[in-house]
Design a protein around this ligand. Structure first.
Ligand SMILES: *[C@@H]1O[C@H](CO)[C@@H](O)[C@H](O)[C@H]1NC(C)=O
Ligand SMILES: *[C@@H]1O[C@H](CO)[C@@H](O)[C@H](O)[C@H]1NC(C)=O
Ligand SMILES: *[C@@H]1O[C@H](CO)[C@@H](O)[C@H](O)[C@H]1NC(C)=O
Ligand SMILES: *[C@@H]1O[C@H](CO)[C@@H](O)[C@H](O)[C@H]1NC(C)=O
Length: 376
């Protein structure tokens, strides 16, 4: 029974996500040309049953907009409406292959929003089945770990995603995950997405994920069948389970993920920073803060392997390096890092948010980038 579902699942995903990408004009183009604004923070109480955790947030939300937005994103990856119906029916059953507490959290989200469970699951799995070598024009993401003159670590990231950035801006939120009434960890996400692409644990570490397109969709499918972990559920699990930089680095390195990804990790001080280059299932390399003699005080990751030159058509890495070098270690602080992430082409038409975070300073702040240029 279970293997039957898994095989159906695999074929559907290949059929669906491997179709040529088609992008429609966003239904909402209002979220550009305004000033950037802080993302709203919601509390998710981890002491509640998983199915209850997202209820408060959903009940206070504009669901008409959310449903329209999610439909648009799904339509862009799954172009045929018939296929969407089939996949949603199957995925509605498939939540049993998704580990707890995530399956129950998604069930609860679906119950309180009225959005079909299959659609919630689909949205939450998009990354794992779209991150592989392809000809996408996405400029997806920049992450930076830097040190200030006191030796404290500050991390920053831009989340760039080509699917409906104006919709994504509207649904960008910060989540304060609490245990015993205290912050256990925080993250930035989109309403309905329960994994974390950006997050921190105060006094411990910060982490972000950047898309890595390598390999082949079949590697991802095989990794899924062999029990590898959904990429951004993994990131959230690390925030939940690791209580310091060293254990987070071990957990990131040793957890097999379904999709290739770059995880960027920052600690508290000194050389506590690393880019972990992951393949589907294995870790390919770890590049540490301090290893580069020209600029030992920062590391930058966009969407290319650190040992390769970025393509001329999308060199956000060298642009970020030039800005950081210009500021210098002595002047580096959170304001300056935000400026680096607000300078084109690092800042671009696909940027939905910028987060600046420092576990050393117990600081976490996300700005929604309504000030980005309109999508071309
Ligand atoms: C990307 O596009 C180029 C030129 O159109 C083509 O030759 C190449 O096979 C494509 N690569 C993939 C992975 O689709
Ligand atoms: C999102 O869009 C809806 C509908 O236009 C609007 O009511 C809401 O205020 C927007 N939210 C944000 C955070 O921009
Ligand atoms: C250090 O960074 C510079 C500039 O980005 C780069 O050209 C150089 O190859 C790097 N050196 C090492 C040892 O990685
Ligand atoms: C960072 O440094 C600049 C220049 O000295 C200063 O204007 C800004 O207030 C500082 N920001 C923080 C968060 O300390």
């Amino acid at each position: 029974m279970e293997s039957y579902f898994l095989i159906m699942f695999a074929f559907l995903l290949v059929g669906v996500f491997a179709l040529p990408e088609q992008f429609e004009k966003p239904f909402d183009t209002n979220n550009v040309g305004k000033p950037a604004a802080p993302a709203k923070t919601y509390i998710v109480d981890l002491d509640l049953a998983p199915s209850e955790r997202w209820k408060n947030l959903i009940e206070g939300y504009d669901l008409t907009y959310l449903k329209q937005g999610l439909n648009q994103i799904i339509d862009a990856v799954v172009p045929s409406p018939e296929l969407t119906n089939v996949i949603q029916r199957i995925l509605g059953d498939l939540d049993k292959f998704i580990p707890e507490p995530y399956a129950d959290e998604m069930r609860g989200l679906s119950d309180s929003s009225g959005i079909p469970l299959g659609q919630i699951v689909l949205i939450n799995l998009i990354y794992d089945f779209t991150a592989y070598a392809s000809n996408s024009s996405s400029k997806a993401c920049t992450s930076i770990v830097t040190r200030n003159k006191l030796g404290q670590i500050i991390q920053g990231r831009n989340l760039d995603y080509e699917l409906s950035p104006s919709v994504l801006r509207n649904i960008t939120i910060q989540v304060d995950f609490q245990q015993n009434g205290k912050t256990a960890y925080m993250g930035t996400t989109y309403v309905g997405y329960i994994g974390l692409i950006t997050g921190y644990r105060p006094g411990a570490f910060s982490i972000s994920g950047d898309e890595r397109d390598s390999g082949n969709i079949w590697f991802n499918i095989l990794a899924a069948l062999e029990g590898s972990h959904f990429t951004f559920f993994t990131e959230r699990r690390i925030l939940q389970e690791s209580s310091d930089y060293v254990s987070a680095l071990n957990q990131v390195t040793n957890t097999p993920t379904i999709a290739p990804v770059y995880f960027i990790l920052g600690g508290l001080k000194g050389n506590e920073g690393a880019i972990i280059v992951k393949n589907s299932k294995t870790t390919e390399a770890v590049i540490r803060l301090g290893e580069n003699f020209t600029h030992p005080w920062f590391i930058v990751e966009t969407n290319y392997d650190p040992w390769n030159k970025p393509p001329k058509s999308d060199d956000r890495r060298d642009a970020a390096i030039a800005s950081l070098v210009k500021i210098g270690e002595k002047s580096m602080n959170r304001t300056e890092l935000y400026k680096v992430l607000s300078t084109p082409p690092v800042f671009n038409d696909q940027t939905s948010y910028t987060t600046i975070m420092s576990a050393a300073q117990s600081y976490y702040h996300t700005m929604v980038r309504y000030d980005a240029p309109a999508l071309k």
